[in-house]
Design a protein around this ligand. Sequence first.
Ligand SMILES: Cc1cc2nc3c(=O)[nH]c(=O)nc-3n(C[C@H](O)[C@H](O)[C@H](O)COP(=O)(O)OP(=O)(O)OC[C@H]3O[C@@H](n4cnc5c(N)ncnc54)[C@H](O)[C@@H]3O)c2cc1C
Length: 441
Amino acid sequence: MKVAIIGGGLAGLTAAAYLSEQTSMKGVLFERSPQLGGRAFTYEKAGFTLNYGAHAIYALDRHTLSVMERELDLAFGSKQVDRRKVMYEKGEQLTPAPLDFVNLMKTDILTMMQKVRFVGEITAIIANIHQLKNYATLGDYLAESGADEDVKELWEHLVCSNFFITPEDARRVPGTVISTYYHNLFLSNRPVNYVLGSWAVITNQLRSKTEQSSRWSIALQEGVDGIRYEQGKYVLKTKAREEMFDRIIFAMPVQQVVKLLRGTPWEPFLEPYEHNTATEVMVYDVGLSEVVARPFSYISDMNSKMFISDVSATDYTLVPEGGQLLQGIAYLNDESDAEGGDRKAYLEERTAKMEALFDRHYPGWRDCVAVKRVSKKAMVQSVKNVASNRLLPNRIESMPFYFCGDGCEGKGELAERAFSSARAVAEQIAAELLQLQKVHK
Ligand SMILES: Cc1cc2nc3c(=O)[nH]c(=O)nc-3n(C[C@H](O)[C@H](O)[C@H](O)COP(=O)(O)OP(=O)(O)OC[C@H]3O[C@@H](n4cnc5c(N)ncnc54)[C@H](O)[C@@H]3O)c2cc1C
């Protein structure tokens, strides 16, 4: 069996690494960029290691990456973010984020009664008996919950920071998605970790595992721009070649799959997923020549809906000696929501607010900037997991293709969905191969 994977991000590389273990299968991974990694692409500048997408892993001990570590023999270090230094800022108040029972008891954003109520909510989620899972959305649950505004706000804020979405969107996340997610997270002993050395530590190993198999090749700068069916096979077209395959894995955002299949006989099957919206944020990375201040690992400004992670407080491998790497992220409203339609002014205002947040907590940072990267529109998750969107299944009935990536069905959110959906797709193709071998015996 000959397999093509289109897309060399976390999902495509994961599928390739698993399938390269199959001795009666060969394949090609096509990536249109000059480098692998997709949105988890990492680069070095002036001694700093910058990720295009951050590399925080939520619930590492229960994460698909830990399963892959065992199954694919990956080796990587990780470090837990110091929970006591994860802070929320609300109004003028600065207080520990209620991430666990210790922080919950210390936080000032809830009264004692509200704390008791929130502990009850956490306990019910852990025991899997929380009513939330029976509600269409978090907003529907909160509307009927009778909880105080502060507790409601806390729920929204938690979801916003784990799913990287605005509080308004947090209310639109399905109840079942939230209860499953927090059941996992509240049971974890390792709630927020960084992979030491960035995503490159993972992507390099997935790559070399794939390349170790002489049956697989990786084609960089070879974007697939056409696909057709011919004599029982699928012919992929790039600028450099046309090649036949038995199975195709699409490991790219659904928006790009839709584009690639436009005008083909398969276009109608994608129609239900065509209008999915993505999660987009503004990212403001600054590498500083010295540590200007280190009051927190993470500070979330609940008023302005943005946060700063002191990435190097946890992952010290990313900076030159004595340096500091801060990453600011601002949630963005959908383009259609921008006041008066002036998106440029809206983004400028978000940038100014972000810089003001840096000024407030990292005074002097402006004089120590060694590296800066601002991205005003970064796609964090290709399909926002809200009730009005539909994740792409790993396989659509009557369609001969497979789909994986962070916009597809799978376990977890963000990168975990890319890993878990790719692992599931590889498993399905391996099972198909086995079935075919049995038939031919
Ligand atoms: C700012 C930011 C912060 C983030 N923070 C976190 C975090 O802290 N924790 C976390 O878990 N996740 C985080 N993420 C999310 C994580 O980076 C993504 O979920 C993950 O990288 C998605 O991987 P993917 O393989 O599904 O898609 P992609 O990375 O988009 O990979 C798709 C690949 O397909 C290629 N491609 C597209 N079309 C074609 C074609 N026609 N032919 C060939 N190749 C093609 C693209 O070039 C790309 O390389 C963050 C993302 C961003 C942007």
